[in-house]
Ligand binder design. Structure first.
Ligand code: FAD
Ligand code: NAP
Length: 510
């Protein structure tokens, strides 16, 4: 929703402009960029037609506003008049019209749950949906619907706490075995202590205002075989606590992850280093009193205020180098998050990110994504197909597989770029291939110079069938793909045509 075109990149005929299937970006008219939209929202123009009044909207009323020039959409109980936004929507007017005059929350969540619509559409807010009258017999009110959903999913965790003179330990009983240090995210800020545990597609939240002060550092321990998480807090004063604290929003709730908002914390830019002519390694430091480890294969959202509107884009954390996982960790708790980010001069977000000075802040969300580490278990052949910054999810997958999967025989990366100068971490990849005989890398360039003697062209069935040789007929295989959407979509189709099954393919998408 937020990627907005400008004229220079990709070229007018580039396939990156319009995806071949699924949702796509639609070329927008001149003067309809995100920046133009932000300007319009700041112009003082009445965008709702209600002269600043907020109203209660009934379902009947909502239904009436279902035309392009009079289009209201409800998202999470708030109704927006999106007609003025139509021409600015990168997904196109028809995509917005799918939710015209109705509750668009599910559609919105499917496509871009992470987009900060509250900020983007604040001038279009018409009001809230009116409370529904009592439900007819047999229908469940919303709170019970959530309960029912939770019952269909994993059983709800619970928590308890206990104390010694100097410590308070919060224990979360997840009742799940596949829990690890990535599963829990803890943020202690001012009056709010927040511990979110992710269990499959659900989120369990402990959210309280602690009754007494604690020290900045705490530890998080996981007893994996019983699914128990312990968060050990250090008291500031050795007094006895009568209670843990008072409950804050959604405390002790267990709800589908898609129904929770994304939580952000402000991270400080610690370093920024050129990796290629246009791609930089950004290092962000988590705030004190935070425990956050981004699981392998998942991404986060970065948020920056750009001319007064909060803009959000997804990025996939990497390690600081391809060799970092082989070193002893420098710090017991990883407080740094690294990103390889390409700066697009005509882009909306990345030039702003590039403007940040060391010490400046950027907000980082909780992780998202559907890659599951168990996809790597007992794997024998891992094939990685990456184009451009589509390399980023491969970094941790590669490191993890080489370090933690004893059955692994072979990891092969086919890395598609325009020119040699665009190849991220080329010398590290070549060193890794030299050091670890299980790893091979092949570069394919779409616009090489005449000196290039390696492979050239685009992803194709011929390239793939030659590259994807199993180490044995029955070997367990996983193929990971990531790059521009059309690259990924075409790659998926080619892999299906080559008879790889769904379980053998993972594509990284938003
Ligand atoms: P945009 O404003 O989106 O523009 C990018 C370029 O495309 C510009 O040159 C612009 O002119 C052009 N453009 C945009 N829309 C159109 C259009 N409709 N028609 C024609 N041209 C258009 N990127 C990384 O660098 N590193 C990562 O780790 C990373 N991880 C990601 C993870 C996920 C899950 C996803 C979905 C994307 C990831 N990306 C990553 C991409 C990232 O989210 C942004 O899309 C990217 O940084 C560009 O943002 P921007 O606002 O600067 O550029
Ligand atoms: P790029 O440099 O423009 O392209 C990399 C290579 O892919 C080039 O050789 C390019 O060829 C080729 N390519 C582009 N479109 C293609 C298509 N339709 N079919 C076949 N080959 C194609 O890439 P980039 O600017 O780094 O962009 C990387 C993309 O990856 C972005 O769209 C980003 O959103 C995405 N990404 C996704 C995730 C995720 O997890 N989902 C993570 C990171 C990045 P030509 O340029 O010569 O056409």
């Amino acid at each position: 929703m937020l990627n907005v075109p400008s004229q220079s990149f990709p070229g007018p005929s580039s396939q990156q402009r319009v995806a071949s299937g699924g949702r796509s970006k639609v070329p927008l008219k001149q003067g309809r960029s995100l920046m133009d939209w932000i300007r319009l929202t700041k112009s003082g123009k009445d965008l709702t037609g209600l002269k600043g009044r907020l109203i209660e909207v009934t379902e009947e009323e909502l239904k009436k506003h279902n035309k392009k020039d009079d289009c209201w959409i409800c998202i999470r109980g708030f109704v927006y008049n999106v007609s003025p936004y139509m021409e600015y929507h990168p997904g196109g007017e028809d995509e917005l019209m799918r939710a015209a005059g109705s509750d668009g929350t599910d559609l919105f969540d499917q496509v871009h749950r992470w987009v900060n619509y509250e900020s983007m559409l604040k001038e279009c807010l018409v009001g809230r949906m009116a409370m529904k009258p009592a439900l007819p017999k047999g229908m469940l009110p919303q709170s019970q619907v959530t309960d029912t959903l939770a019952k269909e999913g994993p059983s709800s965790p619970s928590y308890d706490w206990f104390q010694t003179d100097s410590l308070v330990t919060i224990v979360i009983y997840t009742k799940q075995k596949d829990i690890n240090l990535d599963s829990v995210i803890v943020d202690h800020r001012d009056d709010s202590f927040r511990a979110e545990t992710v269990i499959k597609d659900y989120s369990y939240l402990v959210h309280v205002a602690l009754s007494h002060e604690i020290q900045e550092d705490f530890s998080v321990l996981v007893v994996e075989n019983v699914g128990k998480i312990e968060i050990v807090l250090k008291k500031k004063e050795n007094t006895s606590w009568k209670r843990l604290g008072h409950p804050l929003e959604n405390h002790n709730s267990f709800i589908p992850k898609k129904d929770t908002g994304l939580f952000y914390r402000k991270c400080q830019l610690v370093s920024k280093e050129d990796m290629t002519h246009d791609t930089k390694l950004f290092c962000l430091m988590l705030p004190p009193s935070t425990h956050l480890q981004v699981p392998v294969g998942q991404h986060v959202y970065l948020k920056l205020p750009i001319t007064g509107t909060e803009i959000v884009k997804p990025y996939t954390p990497v390690s600081d180098s391809l060799f970092s996982e082989f070193k002893e960790p420098v710090l017991p708790n990883n407080i740094y998050i690294y990103f390889l980010i390409k700066i697009y001069p005509a882009g909306f977000f990345t030039p702003e990110l590039d403007q940040l000075q060391i010490g400046d802040y950027v907000s980082v969300s909780n992780p998202e994504g559907n890659f599951i580490i168990s996809q790597l278990q007992e794997l024998e052949d891992l094939f990685l197909l990456a184009a451009g910054t589509g390399f980023t999810p491969m970094v941790k997958v590669l490191n993890y597989a080489l370090t933690n999967i004893p059955s692994l025989r072979k990891v092969k990366l086919m890395f598609f770029n325009k020119t040699e100068d665009d190849i991220i971490w080329r010398s590290q990849l070549e060193k890794l291939a030299f050091k670890d005989k299980r790893f091979e890398v092949e570069f394919v360039l779409s616009a090489p110079t005449s000196e290039w003697s390696g492979k050239q062209g685009y992803i194709s069935p011929a390239l793939l069938s030659e590259f994807l040789r199993r180490s044995s007929d029955t070997s367990k295989v996983l193929i990971c793909l990531c790059g521009p959407t059309p690259f990924t979509e075409q790659g998926m189709k080619m892999l299906h045509d080559l008879n790889f099954s769904k379980d053998e393919i993972h594509s990284f998408t938003a």
